[in-house]
Design a binder for this molecule. Structure first.
Ligand code: SF4
Length: 547
């Protein structure tokens, strides 16, 4: 494909035709100046354009540039990006394409994005992640991060691309999707399927509109929900039984069975039996509830008590002073912030060995996470410790003095015990320490009621598996210098803003894999923007010195 080297000039060269099109310090500028350096050939070794055999294809460096430019503003669809790439002079200069020459098609761009999601043959790591890490290293080498760096992490919601539905629509629309797939797999019409599955509402556009009931009346809606659930169970049973028959297209069996699984999950999670024997939408919310039939990996998440969302969560770790984001991950919306934190810190530590402290909010303040990152990575997690639940009138754990080395504990009545044991903590999945006081000393204790409650035996004090780290964190939190250092975390919004203002608030495609690629592309573009500013400042300094 005709990609013009930088030193060759012609009337069709975008920079020749429009000399001021590349603003120093902008994303197109940095891409035009060093795209082969930011996207080295080894990253895209297996791309069809780099093979010796076969027909010509677009070079990976042009396509990677287009992938990042797509997220240079508020994010746009592939079609819009390709349309823009045809006419925008700065974009063409960034890609190294002459004015009026060919532009990669939407399909090529989609193929390339799929290629980025695949794992690199040497490292077995997704290529988008390798590209992101390479750009982070380039930023660190260029001195984007200063000596006063403050590393922090946070998460932000990413709304899913698929339609989020209530239970009735999940069942009705889900059955309609399954019916349409069945039609494609077997070649029969939707009318035939609706008749054989005894589900005439499949022929209507709206599930709720197909039933003339008053949805505000529990008895009427329960009848419809029961009917829908029965139709779903019958249809799923039928599809599962016949999925491997000769008349079903082999290539569609996996998709059909997957849809069956999702539908049965909705029935199991969202419905419960009502007092009259029918089915009703459950009052409780299942832990891993499906919220969208078209985007089954999306989950219902909660950013705060009042702020809920449906989709995914983007986790970020970066320097709040410079704005460089070194680690990014996207998880399902219902995943706790603390779960991917260790992976995020480990990746950041690999890229920047000097990382020794990370600021985070209470969600990351768990003792286990603190212990793991300190012992395995040598990184201190500076986060507010989890609050101690205060039980009215009773003695809480805080009132016991623990000697962890000597394996002794002293209670509020000054009675010391060395009866140290372990118990199995099902929550944490590890053994945790337990101290037991003798029944004799507790029976005569004036604090017995507040300490033991209704228990008649000796007091049993169950501790957290990482109680020592938890107590150390609570002690450290009282230090005003620690609080002062923690204040830098308030600028963490800068990192979040780098992602959300360029289209990171809403997924542009279905599924977690696409969301991962989207988040990494946005972050890579944001980091390159910082690199561009650093390089432009350096070039400006050199010019000033020369003058
Ligand atoms: S009840 Fe037992 S453990 Fe509790 S304060 Fe009294 S002596 Fe100590």
């Amino acid at each position: 494909m005709p990609v013009r080297p930088l030193f060759v000039r012609s009337f069709f060269d975008p920079e020749f035709a429009s000399p001021g099109c590349l603003l120093p310090g902008s994303l197109p500028w940095v891409l035009a100046r060093g795209r082969s350096k930011w996207f080295p050939a080894w990253l895209f070794a297996d791309w069809r354009g780099n093979r010796r055999r076969g027909r010509d294809a677009w070079p990976s460096v042009v396509l990677m540039t287009l992938v990042l430019l797509r997220w240079s503003e508020e994010g746009m669809s592939r079609r819009a990006a390709v349309r823009r790439a045809k006419t925008d002079v700065a974009w063409r200069a960034a890609m190294g394409l002459a004015l009026g020459a060919a532009t990669p098609s939407e399909r090529t761009l989609r193929d390339f994005e799929r290629f980025l999601q695949a794992r690199h043959r040497d490292t077995q790591v997704p290529r988008y992640l390798l590209a992101h890490e390479h750009i982070v290293r380039s930023c660190l080498d260029a001195g984007v991060v200063g000596k006063n760096a403050a590393w922090a992490m946070d998460s932000t919601p990413m709304w899913c691309y698929g339609a989020v539905r209530d239970t009735v629509r999940l069942l009705g629309d889900g059955l309609r999707v399954l019916a349409n797939l069945w039609c494609r797999a077997t070649g029969c019409s939707l009318a035939e399927v609706a008749k054989s599955w005894q589900a005439p509402f499949l022929l209507k556009k709206s599930t709720k509109g197909a039933f003339s009931v008053d949805w505000s009346k529990a008895s009427e809606s329960a009848g419809v929900i029961t009917q829908l659930a029965e139709r779903v169970v019958d249809a799923v049973t039928y599809v599962r039984r016949n999925a491997h028959a000769d008349f079903v297209r082999a290539g569609m069996r996996k998709t059909l069975l997957e849809k069956c699984r999702h539908l049965m999950r909705v029935v199991a999670n969202d419905l419960e039996t009502d007092p009259h024997g029918g089915l009703a939408v459950a009052e409780r919310v299942a832990a891993d509830r499906l919220v969208s039939i078209t985007d089954p990996q999306a989950r219902h998440g909660r950013k705060s008590k009042s702020h809920t969302f449906n989709g995914f969560k983007t986790h970020l770790l970066g320097d709040v002073i410079s704005g460089l984001i070194v680690s990014v991950a996207v998880t399902r919306g219902n995943m706790h912030d603390g779960e991917p934190a260790h992976r995020l810190i480990a990746r950041a530590k690999k890229l920047h060995a000097e990382l020794d402290q990370v600021l985070a909010d209470t969600a990351y303040g768990g003792a286990r996470l603190r212990h793991l990152v300190k012992s395995l990575l040598g990184v201190e997690l500076l986060a507010p410790p989890p609050p101690v639940p205060d039980k009215d009138g009773s003695l809480c754990k805080r009132s016991f003095v623990i000697d962890f080395e000597g394996r002794k504990a002293t209670c509020s009545n000054n009675v010391t015990t060395d009866d140290f044991r372990f118990f199995w903590s099902a929550d944490q999945g590890v053994h945790a320490p337990l101290f037991v006081w003798s029944k004799k000393s507790c029976d005569v204790c004036p604090l017995s009621q507040a300490c033991r409650g209704k228990e008649k035996g000796g007091r049993r004090l169950q501790l957290h598996p990482y109680e020592r780290e938890l107590r150390a964190a609570r002690e450290a939190w009282k230090d005003p210098r620690v609080r002062q250092a923690y204040r830098a975390r308030t600028q963490c919004e800068r990192l979040v803003n780098q992602v959300t203002r360029y289209g990171g608030r809403r997924a542009r495609a279905f599924g977690l894999r696409n969301a991962q690629l989207q988040a990494h592309s946005i972050v890579a573009a944001a980091n390159l923007r910082l690199l561009a500013k650093a390089l432009a400042a350096k070039a400006g300094d050199q010019m000033a010195r020369a003058a």
